[in-house]
Write a protein that binds this ligand. Sequence first.
Ligand code: CMX
Length: 397
Amino acid sequence: MVAGGMRGITAMLYETSLLDAEEGIRFRGRAIPELREKLPKARGGEEPLPEGIMWLMLTGEIPSEAQVRTLSAELAARAEVPKAVFDALDALPKNAHPMTQLSVALMAMQPESKFAKAYQDGAHKTTFWEHAFEDSMDIIARLPAVCAAIYRRTFKDGTLVAADASLDWAANFAHMMGHDSEAVKELMRLYMTIHVDHEGGNVSAHATHLVGSALSDPYLSLVAGLNGLAGPLHGLANQEVLKWLNETREKVGDNATKEELTEFVWATLKSGRVVPGYGHGVLRKTDPRYTCQREFALKHLPDDPMFKLVGKLFEVVPGVLTETGKVKNPWPNVDAHSGVLLQYYGITEANFYTVLFGASRAIGVLSQLTLSRGSGYPIERPKSVTSQWIEEKFGKV
Ligand code: CMX
C-alpha cells in the first residue's frame, strides 16, 4: 500500500464529504441527486446554489433560502480584489497557464491573511478557526473576480467586466467572464456545486489539509492544493478530455462506428497515454458527478455532436479499459463530461477549465480547513521507510 500511492490506507479525519466506492460522493451524508433537489436555487433557476453546499459543509445543515441569500450578500460584500493581484498577473507572461496565474494571484493576496496576522499577534489556539474562516470567506468571495480576470486577460481583450452584486456567486462569476445567458449561469451553479469536494485523500484536498496542518494560513494552504489540482492525473484531466475529444472527432468524424472509436481508444493507450476522464483511485462505478452533468446535457443540449460523442465513448471506453486487465475502474469520472457542457455555451478555452474546478474546490477544502482548525488537529507527520527497510523486514517484493 505504501508503494502503491497509499491506496486504501485510512489516514485522515475529513468531515465535509465521504466517498463511497460504489455510490460516489456524499456531502455531509447527502448524495448529489438529493442535494440537487433540496439545496436552495436562484429565483427562476433549477440548479442548486454553491453557497448552499458551502453552508452545508460548514454546519452539517441544509440552509434555508434566506440563509443562502445572506451568505451570497456577505460574499458579495467581501469581493473586492486587491490591486496587488492585478499587478502580479500583469507581471506574468501572457502564455502562463491559467492555473499558474491563479496560484500567483492568490499568493499576491496572502499578505492580507487575517489568520497569519492573528497568529503573529499571539492569538489563542482556540480562536484559530475564526481567523481561518475569515480568510476562507475572503478568498471564496474574491475568486470569481480573480478567475474572470485571468480568463479575460488570457483569452479575451483583457478588459474586465464589473461585478454585479445583485447576482449570486456563480452567476456573477459567469457574468464577469463575459458569459451572460441564464443557461450559462445555471451551468455554473451546477458545476460549482458538484466540484467542491471529494473527501480528503485526493491530491488537492490532501495537499490543502497537509499544508494547513502546519498552521500555514488558508491562502498558503489552498495554493498548495490548487497546484496539485493542476496535475493532469487530477483536475487538469478536464482540459485533457476536451483536447482528446477534439482529436477523436478530427480523426473519426461525427458518425464514427463503435469499431472506429474502439480502435481510436486503443491507439491512445498504445501511444503510452491515459484515456482522460476515465478511472479513479477510489470510485469503482460511474461517477454520479458525470451522471448529473449528463442529465443536464440531455435537458439543454441533447443534439450537440460533442455530447453525442461523449455518450458513444461511454459505450466503448469501459470495455477497452477492462480488456487491458489492469485498470481498476473503467468508468467515467467527473472530468469526462464537464468540458463538453462548457464548450457548448461558448467557454471553449480548455486551458481555463481547471481554474473553474479550482474555484469550486476552494469552497470544499477551505470549509474543511476551518473545521480542522476548530478541531485542533495536529500537524501531519506520517512515517516513511526506505525500500531497503522493506526488504530487510519482509524480504524482496
Ligand atoms: N487510461 C489508461 N490507463 C489507465 C486509466 C485510464 N483512464 N486509468 C488507470 N489506468 C492505468 C494506470 O495508469 C495504471 O497503469 P500502470 O500500472 O501501467 O501504471 C493501471 O491502470 C492501474 O491504475 P488504477 O489503480 O486503476 O488507477 P490509479 O488509482 O493508479 O489512478 C487515476 C487513478 C484517476 C489517476 C487514473 O485512473 C487515470 O490516470 N485516469 C485518467 C486521468 C483522469 O481522468 N484523472 C481525473 C480523475 C478525477 C480527478 O481527480 O479529477
